[in-house]
Write a protein that binds this ligand. Structure first.
Ligand SMILES: *Cc1c(COP(=O)(O)O)cnc(C)c1O
Length: 495
């Protein structure tokens, strides 16, 4: 087998696969010979579970393995290494103390099959988190089970279907604004509803008239992302809720980006019937990287009978799971959700307190408005009005230099920043969607702003720098079409 070559590129080492490294007979450990009687594996392990050998399996020393994974980890860019303004994603820094809480033995050693009276503390904690989330959203009951935001949405739409079914109604349509998150469209479709798009107005939000025009007895619900994907608050939500309710529909609110609203607005007070939150955006679980998440769904009491089983009830001084719920949509997740994520949210809310949560929202909104104000003369701002937790620019001013949003995003990488979300939301051509989050300092924001201004100058004076970006990285610009159409997913041994 040909050995993978370590390219000599300063500290930016290229990293061969483990299969391409090592040498015959190398081991990850060396211990003295046995001085006790050896167990004979074939005698204790069934033969069909024993493997004779594994062809081409890498043989490496411990240090080779440690360096391999350490080097790979250094290729990564995360919020622990720098600013990560990816819009609609809330890539904020999460306090490490909450990770410590999750590691406490009483939690890591709990098992979902333990009887209820041995996990009273855990049930209490989940019950109390439910109460906190009700207080934050203005709702009556919560399920902590959904594993992601989109999963919370699906749970909600299934509950709406069940509620309509009980009423003896078959409604076919769901209203979704053009500024909704993409998951809202897919959720309503997967829940077998026909999606009816509502156009946002010149203010970037939806107007009650538009909703009134399409609202009829065929409409099961409206799904509103608030703040919407332009980072704008849906000011008419209360009035829109009335219009929808009058014709028997439900109001679903996508509250994945609650770091704009906590402690300031309670969506339940605006007539919203159900809202999901992303604990892995707002409440102390890092977002991204494919780790576990949680998208609890909060609902008004009229919808509570349809919540997934089990729900947690408080009885006297104790807590128990209640499975006896004849109208429930059933189970939507093994056991009781991603407990580690639930626990971090609980610890985060307790450590922040009501005042702290409100302040986090205020900082998220302040940071986004600061960014917007300082960049709006350099980049085109299609909706020039106060924003919530994120703001959306475009490449309109740079177009005349034949420089695009993609070029700007790639050039940011050369300056050590993760690019913002690009070409989303779709209602804005060439969108650059930036979410600074509440955890960035003013100096950090200023560094990013200065860099964005430098890039705009480069676009004018030396546009090739942008078109060829990124140049200071291990992997240059990829052919994204080829990568999507013909992804290389399999390792084939070199012979
Ligand atoms: C992130 C996000 C979602 C989807 O959440 P997942 O956990 O990725 O499923 C839905 N809506 C909005 C507004 C979001 O920002």
């Amino acid at each position: 087998m040909m050995k993978g070559k370590m390219k000599d590129n300063g500290l930016l080492q290229d990293e061969p696969l483990l299969f391409e490294q090592g040498g015959k007979g190398r081991k990850g450990y060396s211990l003295p010979a046995w001085d006790v009687e050896k167990e004979d594996p074939p005698k204790t392990i069934p033969s069909h579970l024993l493997r004779e050998g594994l062809e081409g399996f890498p043989q490496l020393s411990e240090v080779e393995v440690v360096r391999h994974f350490t080097r790979l980890s250094q290729w990564n860019y995360g919020v622990d290494s720098g600013f990560y303004p990816l819009g609609s994603c809330t890539m904020k820094y999460n306090p490490k103390v909450n990770e410590e809480v999750v590691k406490l033995k009483g939690f890591t050693q709990a098992h979902p099959y333990q009887p209820e009276d041995l996990v009273q503390g855990i049930l209490q904690l989940m019950y109390e988190l439910e109460r906190f989330l009700c207080e934050i959203t203005g709702m009556d009951r919560v399920t902590l089970q959904p594993a992601a935001g989109a999963h919370g949405e699906l749970t909600g739409m299934m509950m709406i279907r069940a509620a309509l079914h009980l009423r003896g109604e078959k409604r076919k349509k769901v209203l979704v604004p053009d500024t909704a998150h993409g998951t809202n469209c897919s959720t309503s479709t997967i829940a077998s509803y026909q999606m009816v798009e509502i156009k946002s107005n010149d203010q970037g939000i939806i107007s009650p008239d538009q909703v009134a025009k399409v609202m009829d007895h065929e409409v099961a619900a409206i799904m509103v992302t608030n703040p919407n994907t332009l980072g704008l608050f849906e000011e008419h939500l209360g009035e829109i809720a009335e219009i929808v309710h009058r014709k028997g529909g439900f109001v679903y609110c996508d509250g994945a980006n609650l770091n704009a609203l906590m402690g300031i607005v309670r969506l339940g007070d605006l007539g919203v019937d159900m809202v999901h939150l992303n604990l892995h955006k707002t409440f102390a679980t890092p977002h991204g990287g494919g780790g576990p998440g949680a998208g609890p769904l909060a609902v008004k009491k009229e919808l509570a009978p349809f919540l997934p089983i089990p729900v947690i009830e408080k009885e006297g001084n104790g807590y128990r799971f209640n499975f006896d719920r004849p109208n429930s949509i059933g189970r939507i997740k093994a056991f009781y959700g991603n407990f580690g994520v639930i626990l971090k949210a609980y610890a985060y809310i307790l450590s922040m307190g009501a005042e702290g949560l409100k302040r986090a929202s205020e900082m998220a909104v302040l940071n986004a408005n600061y960014l917007m104000k300082r960049l709006k003369n350099t980049y085109y701002l299609p909706y020039d009005r106060p924003c919530m937790h994120e703001c959306v620019f475009t490449d309109r001013y740079q177009e005349k230099h034949h420089v695009s949003t993609l070029d700007i995003a790639k050039r940011l990488i050369d300056y050590g920043f993760h690019p913002p979300t690009i070409y989303f939301p779709l209602v804005v051509k060439g969108a650059l969607m930036m979410e600074p989050t509440e955890t960035e300092s003013k100096e950090g924001l200023d560094r990013f702003i200065e860099t964005m201004i430098t890039i705009a100058r480069e676009a004018k004076e030396n546009p090739d720098l942008l078109r060829q970006a990124p140049s200071k990285v291990k992997v240059r610009r990829l052919d994204e079409v080829l990568a999507a159409r013909k992804p290389k997913l399999r390792w084939t041994p070199k012979t």
